[in-house]
Design a protein. Structure first.
Length: 373
C-alpha cells in the first residue's frame, strides 16, 4: 500500500496573491518538500480571491468575506476551518499574528498537537500596541517549537518563552532565479529609456514608512547636487505612501531622474536588479531583509541600516555598507562612494554573493524545516 503523505495544517494571515517574506518562505519550503501536503488557512482579503485553491502540494483555504477586515476575523474563522481540516499532529503558524491566534485556539483544544511558530515580523517589537504585545507573548509561550528568521527575533522569543525551544532559521533566496543576467538587464534599461552610461540606484520594497523610501529619495536628491555623472533611482514596489512619494519627486524636481515602477512579479525582479549598480533600502525596522539577500545574489552591492536581522548578514565594509538611521547626508555620501569606487564595489559584490550562496539557499533551509516536521 502506498504511504500517505504527511499533512501539515498551516496558518498565515496573508498568502498569495499577496506577496511578502512569509508568503515567499511558505511556497519555497513547500515546493522543496513534495512528500508533505500543506493545508493552508489564511484570510481571503479580496472577493476576487478563490475560497479554495490547489497549487502543487498546497491547498489554500481563504476564510472571510473578501474584504481587508477579514484578517481580524481570522482567529475565529481560521480556528473553525482548522477544526474542520484537523487530522494532523502538527500545526504551524507564520508570524505571531492573526493566523497564529487561530492556531493557538486549536492548540488549546488539542493540547497533544505539536505547535510550530515561525517568527518573521519586520516591525519593531517594542513599538507594537499593548494588546498585540500580550497576544504575541501568549502565542509564543504556547508554541512547542519556535523558528526565528534572525538573531534579533530569536533573542526576543527566548526572553518570552523561557525555554530552550527557539531555532534560528533564516529565510532564503532561490539561487536558480536570483542571479545576474546582463542581457535581460540591458533589455529592461532600453524599455525604461535609461541610457547605458547612467548609473542606477535601485530599491525594492513596500511603500510603507518602515522601509524608509522617503529618506532614500531625499538622499538621492541631495546626491544630484554633489556628483558630476548621470544617475537614476528605480523604485520597485507599491503601497500607501505612493502618492506622497510622487509628490516628493515633483517637489525635488526629480521627475526625469526617478522611476516609480509599482509592483513587479517576484520572478521578474532579478531582471530589474541585473540592470542596477547598487541596491539601497533605508529600513527603520526589519525582521531579516530578504530584499538585500536577493540583491546580493544578483551581484549587487547593498547599502542598509543596522536594524533587526540585517546585521546577521551585513558586515559594514565587507558584505555591504551600513548607514545610520535617518542620516540623509551619510546615505548620500555612501551611495556616491559605492558608485565611483570600483574596488569597493567589487569587494562588496564578491563577499555578498559568497555569503548568500553559502548560507541562504532555500534548499538547505527547507531541509531543516523538513527535519523539524
Amino acid at each position: 500500500m502506498e504511504q500517505e503523505s504527511k499533512k501539515i495544517l498551516l496558518f498565515t494571515t496573508a498568502f498569495r496573491p499577496m506577496i511578502g517574506g512569509s508568503e515567499i518562505a511558505i511556497e519555497e519550503i513547500a515546493r522543496r518538500l513534495p512528500d508533505i501536503f500543506f493545508e493552508i488557512v489564511t484570510a481571503r482579503h479580496n472577493r476576487h480571491n478563490k475560497k479554495v485553491e490547489n497549487i502543487g502540494n498546497m491547498r489554500i483555504h481563504r476564510v472571510g468575506f473578501g474584504y481587508k477586515f477579514d484578517k481580524y476575523l481570522l482567529p475565529i474563522l481560521g480556528y473553525l476551518k482548522g477544526r474542520e481540516l484537523f487530522e494532523s499532529n502538527i500545526i504551524h503558524a507564520y508570524q505571531a499574528s492573526f493566523g497564529a491566534m487561530a492556531a493557538y485556539l486549536l492548540k488549546l483544544e488539542f493540547p497533544k498537537t505539536k505547535f510550530i511558530l515561525t517568527l518573521q515580523e519586520g516591525k519593531k517589537m517594542d513599538e507594537q500596541s499593548w494588546l498585540l504585545k500580550i497576544v504575541r507573548k501568549t502565542i509564543i509561550r504556547k508554541a512547542d517549537i519556535i523558528t526565528a528568521i534572525s538573531n534579533y527575533l530569536k533573542v526576543f522569543a527566548e526572553e518570552i518563552s523561557k525555554r530552550d525551544n527557539v531555532i534560528l532559521l533564516p529565510n532564503g533566496v532561490d539561487l536558480m532565479i536570483f542571479k545576474r543576467d546582463g542581457l535581460e538587464g540591458s533589455e529592461i534599461k532600453q524599455r525604461l529609456g535609461i541610457k547605458e552610461e547612467e548609473r542606477i540606484v535601485i530599491t525594492a520594497s513596500r511603500l510603507v514608512e518602515k522601509n524608509g523610501v522617503g529618506i532614500l529619495l531625499k538622499a538621492f536628491a541631495l546626491m544630484q547636487e554633489k556628483i558630476n555623472f548621470d544617475t537614476r533611482l528605480v523604485i520597485v514596489g507599491d503601497g500607501p505612501l505612493r502618492r506622497k512619494l510622487e509628490q516628493a519627486i515633483d517637489d525635488y524636481g526629480l521627475a526625469n531622474k526617478v522611476l516609480l515602477l509599482g509592483t513587479v512579479d517576484h520572478e521578474e525582479l532579478p531582471r530589474y536588479l541585473s540592470m542596477a549598480d547598487v541596491f539601497v533600502r533605508h529600513s527603520l525596522s526589519e525582521g531579516l531583509g530578504n530584499a538585500f539577500l536577493e540583491a546580493m545574489a544578483c551581484d549587487l552591492p547593498v547599502i542598509a541600516t543596522p536594524v533587526g536581522g540585517i546585521v546577521d548578514f551585513i558586515t559594514d565594509g565587507e558584505t555591504g555598507i551600513l548607514t545610520r538611521v535617518n542620516d540623509v547626508e551619510q546615505l548620500c555620501a555612501e551611495m556616491n562612494r559605492v558608485l565611483v569606487n570600483i574596488d569597493l564595489k567589487k569587494k562588496l559584490i564578491n563577499n555578498g554573493k559568497s555569503l548568500v550562496v553559502e548560507k541562504y539557499g532555500w534548499d538547505n533551509i527547507a531541509h531543516v524545516m523538513g527535519r523539524l516536521y
